[in-house]
Design a protein around this ligand. Structure first.
Ligand code: SF4
Length: 431
């Protein structure tokens, strides 16, 4: 049965929420403004479907869809590219949610560059690759637009070298002053400073933005939505995402899903859930959060993953937290689902708090984890649950088995369900 109600959140981005500008009972068109950007850093929010508003709260509007016609929308009205991007309500669609207009309102004319982040480093997620294959001309057009806005002479699309098909497609479409940067297959290659380090050779400290290296980094789907806003006058009302794990059709990539679609409806697109599921994850295996079938997707949702039932291990467990993977709270949630008792929590020594978030000094380059593992051992840990990057998981595996400590990783349930290799010892080709 087709979904009837779409829930559009007024805060789907970093900054202040949009302020509702519709009332219950109003008829709205797809693309119509329903939340006007609030004070300061904020973004517009539009209806993704044509229908009737049936409920408005401070946090969201529920809209009953009443037209099955897909693809129509009320066009944007601004003139300049930057104003169109602002009017469209585009934020970082790789998960960060930073308003795109604010990021692009910068001058890179003194030798700066725009880097397009197509690393797609979370396992299972595949929609950026599918978008490259589906829309290479539009991506290149989008890159020209952002180069023009910022004055950047150079545009670089960064993707993993192993994705040879997409590398070939892009090479055939690149224009002057554009190039590809080929990335190694490790997690977290999509972290902004990791990409800047690989592309420019400069390692930024945890407090610095890519601008300190003369770069602006934009997620690949964000770039595609910029193309849509500037050329097609389309607001940010659709999202690419991947459904995977314990679903009947296996990994299923969905392009242009209306924002506000319910998780249940997308699981059905992937054939529905298999009988045994431990949890549903919104996002990727490393950084996603537990969700429910009744939740709705936003502009930053990249994945819906059904994980395997949790392995049960009631022994004392130590948690080792990465700045770029699951945080302490998420690891505690997984430990509780495994029936384990948490006896110690350690953070990778490269993880530091910056403005309330953990940041890594040098993402993906392991500082050595032996001391942390031994410390957790001394606190009574018999097992380990870790969220470390590929390189650090490798060093955990170089010591924990010798101490007879079984190692679990935050991504295990998702990767097992998808039939993919677990994050443990690094092999050529990475995770
Ligand atoms: S070095 Fe440490 S904090 Fe940085 S990505 Fe690896 S595990 Fe995470």
């Amino acid at each position: 049965m087709e979904q009837e109600i779409y829930r559009i959140y007024f805060k789907q981005h970093i900054g202040n929420p949009a302020l509702s500008c519709v009332l219950a009972g109003e008829k709205v068109c797809a693309g119509q403004l329903i939340g006007r950007a609030g004070e300061g850093l904020s973004l517009n929010v539009h209806s993704s479907v044509t229908g009737e508003v049936i409920q408005v709260t401070e946090g969201f509007a529920d809209i009953r869809k009443c037209s099955s016609k897909e693809g129509d929308y009320l066009p944007l009205t601004e003139n300049s590219p930057l104003e169109l991007i602002k009017e469209a309500g585009i934020c970082g669609m790789g998960g960060a949610g930073f308003p795109a207009y604010a990021k692009l309102d910068t001058d890179l004319s003194q030798g700066g560059m725009v880097i397009i982040n197509a690393a797609e480093c979370e396992p299972i997620l595949n929609h950026n690759l599918k978008r490259i294959a589906a829309s290479p001309k539009e991506i290149v057009e989008g890159l020209l637009i952002v180069q023009k806005i910022t004055g950047a002479a150079k545009g670089i699309i960064a993707l993993k070298e192993k994705h040879s098909n997409e590398v070939k497609i892009l090479k055939e479409h690149l224009k002057e002053n554009m190039e590809l940067a080929l990335l190694p297959d490790i997690y977290p290659m999509g972290e902004e400073r990791a990409i800047v380090r690989e592309v420019t050779g400069k390692l930024l400290d945890a407090n610095s933005l890519p601008l300190a290296a003369g770069a602006v980094v934009i997620n690949l789907e964000t770039l595609y939505r910029i193309y849509e806003a500037v050329i097609l006058k389309k607001p940010a009302i659709t999202k690419d995402l991947t459904v995977g794990g314990a679903v009947e059709k296996g990994i299923t990539v969905l392009l242009d899903v209306p924002v506000g679609t319910q998780v249940e409806s997308l699981l059905q697109e992937a054939g529905g859930l298999k009988p045994d599921v431990g949890e549903l994850i919104l996002g990727g295996p490393f950084t996603g959060k537990r969700t429910i079938k009744e939740e709705y997707i936003s502009k930053t949702t990249g994945g819906i993953i059904a994980a395997m039932p949790f392995l049960q291990d009631k022994r004392n467990m130590g948690l080792l937290v990465c700045a770029c993977g699951a945080g302490e709270e998420r690891l505690r949630q997984i430990a509780a689902s495994m029936g384990a008792k948490v006896v110690g929590v350690e953070f990778c020594k490269q993880a530091h708090e910056v403005k309330g978030n953990l940041k890594c000094d040098n993402p993906g380059k392991c500082p050595g984890q032996s001391a942390k593992v031994l410390k957790l051992r001394s606190q009574g840990a018999e097992t380990l649950l870790i969220s470390n990057c590929t390189d650090c998981s490798n060093t955990v595996m170089s010591i924990a088995p010798g101490l007879k400590m079984p190692v679990y990783h935050c991504t295990d349930g998702a990767l097992r369900a998808a039939g993919l290799r677990l994050v443990r010892k690094v092999r050529l080709g990475g995770v």
